[in-house]
Design a binder for this molecule. Structure first.
Ligand SMILES: Cc1ncc(COP(=O)(O)O)c(C=O)c1O
Length: 503
């Protein structure tokens, strides 16, 4: 059970022994299931090694501690809820080793993207970091819709509403996934945004003893949550030199006997790349041969603004494989992030039931008003118009961004996005990748332009040096002003932006 992998990069806090023991004991005594501390440095330190192991070994005897490559976690034994025979979790028992599900929480694990957004979003003059298509108001939505009736019945009693989401909302979503094979509305579960949808799904299906393969680069949640739950995670890297294509042979080589899930993000954040239908089919065939669940975060679907006629891939749910599950939301392609409405949809009803059991402990229902507005937005009278507004906006803004890139080829390069709302742009200064964190900080401080640094928010501090993510489907005026300000920065102060010391 004790495994310390010296190859892992040292991260986290340098702990002192008394504090470490204090935490360990406090959490074991209270039987708290959630405890985590980065201890690699600690365990690697000769001074503390033997003491740390003594404590851990004694706790191990009580069956309460697991030491993995870089973390120590303390937990109590699984409750009945996790192990009950009647539980729908049984089919997807995430823990063949019998270990309970664990989740690590600490500051060092916090999603780096949201740390950045939290720090700069409110003070940015030009927010070109946002990933939603420019948000709209309730009045804008009614303007776009052909149904001019009022979606909000203000006389209804504000009960919890339908636990799994209203029939109208789930029905509208089911219709959007039924282009090839009908999807019953009971195969859709409403959540508070795609972020909750992803979390619930991963929490329900993945645990220690499992192996997960995740498309990379991507939204950090998709690989950090499985890792936090104790799964081993392999990153399946898209190749920039090949237009962020995924290599199927590499996928084959990553599969292990305990591979539980393949996680995709289509269209992809941050690159704006698309996994084409042929590749999706190949992935599904590989998964089918080993009964692996395939999950696609399709939160940017169906914003396929720059693919050729007929080239937009269908949803993963349309490929004829039962063990497929997707997440989506109103935030990105539908400009309504403030509703906090997302969903999980699956061809496999038992996945939905298992997620619904976990959801009972976190979300009774989403707000009735949010549900009603989302239903109205996704109805046939509104959805195509709303989507058209955003496809037009994305195309118009992408042309503006492209003009900037073309005129600054001496400093930046990209694979032009084909879908979604983000571009991953590589900046160099005299041939060396810029320090993207310093670059973004300077842009924010000097011209009020907010980008997201690629290496810290998408590269785990190791990959994607010099890259920035640009969320270009904001209001066109904001993007134009941001590009104007950036142009003058590039002509002057850019030459002083530091480059990465490693390069
Ligand atoms: C790939 C991806 N998934 C999920 C989310 C969460 O979106 P929301 O919770 O607003 O639906 C985001 C947000 O940026 C994202 O980029």
């Amino acid at each position: 059970m004790v495994h310390v992998d010296g190859k892992r990069k040292l991260t986290g806090h340098l702990l002192d022994l008394p504090r470490f023991i204090h935490f360990l004991l406090r959490f074991t005594q209270s039987g708290n299931a959630i405890f985590n501390y980065h201890v690699t440095r600690y365990l690697n330190s000769m001074r503390y090694k033997s003491n740390a192991f003594r404590i851990i070994e004694s706790l191990l005897r009580k069956d309460r501690v697991v030491v993995r490559s870089k973390r120590v976690s303390v937990f109590k034994k699984p409750s009945r809820w996790f192990t009950s025979k009647s539980s729908p979790w049984n089919k997807y028992d995430p823990s063949p080793t019998g270990q309970p599900r664990i989740f690590y929480l600490d500051e060092a694990n916090r999603a780096t993207l949201y740390k950045w957004m939290d720090k700069y979003e409110t003070t940015a003059k030009y927010n070109v970091a946002e990933t939603c298509c420019a948000s709209i108001s309730f009045n804008d939505l009614r303007e776009l819709s052909e149904d001019k009736s009022d979606p909000l019945d203000l006389s209804i009693k504000l009960t919890y509403g339908a636990i799994r989401g209203s029939e109208r909302l789930r029905g509208n979503l089911a219709r959007l996934y039924s282009d090839q094979t009908p999807l019953p509305s009971d195969n859709v579960l409403i959540t508070a945004g795609a972020i909750q949808a992803n979390f619930l799904l991963l929490y329900t299906l993945v645990g220690s003893g499992d192996h997960v393969i995740c498309h990379y680069p991507t939204y950090q949640q998709l690989y950090s949550v499985p890792e936090s739950l104790g799964a081993e995670v392999s990153l399946w890297k898209a190749k920039e030199a090949d237009n962020w294509r995924l290599d199927i042979n590499e996928l084959k080589s990553l599969i292990r006997p305990n591979t539980k899930m393949i996680i995709l993000n289509n269209p992809q954040n941050p690159t704006g790349a698309v996994i084409p239908q042929e590749t999706l089919k190949e992935i599904v065939e590989i998964a089918r041969s080993s009964s692996i669940i395939v999950h696609a975060d399709e939160v940017y679907r169906p914003l396929y603004h720059s693919v050729g006629e007929g080239q937009a891939p269908p949803s993963l749910l349309s490929l004829g494989y039962e063990h497929t599950v997707v997440t989506g939301s109103m935030s990105k392609a539908y400009s309504l992030a403030g509703l906090r409405v997302g969903w999980i949809a699956s061809r496999d009803r038992s996945i939905i039931e298992a997620c619904a059991s976990a959801r009972d402990y976190t979300t009774i229902s989403v707000g009735q008003l949010d549900d009603a507005i989302a239903s109205y937005a996704l109805a046939p009278a509104c959805e195509p118009n709303l989507l058209k507004r955003n496809l037009d906006l994305a195309r118009r803004n992408l042309a503006i961004l492209e003009k900037f890139i073309e005129s600054h080829r001496w400093a930046c390069d990209w694979v032009k996005p084909r879908a979604g709302t983000t571009a991953f742009v590589r900046f160099n200064n005299q041939g060396h990748p810029v320090d993207d964190v310093a670059f973004c900080e300077q842009l924010q401080a000097k011209i009020g332009v907010m980008f997201v640094p690629g290496s810290s928010c998408f590269g785990e501090g190791e990959d994607y040096e010099g890259y920035v993510r640009i969320g270009y489907v904001c209001e066109t005026e904001v993007l134009e002003q941001a590009m104007e300000a950036l142009r003058s920065f590039m002509d002057g102060e850019y030459r002083n932006v530091p480059v990465r010391s490693r390069s």
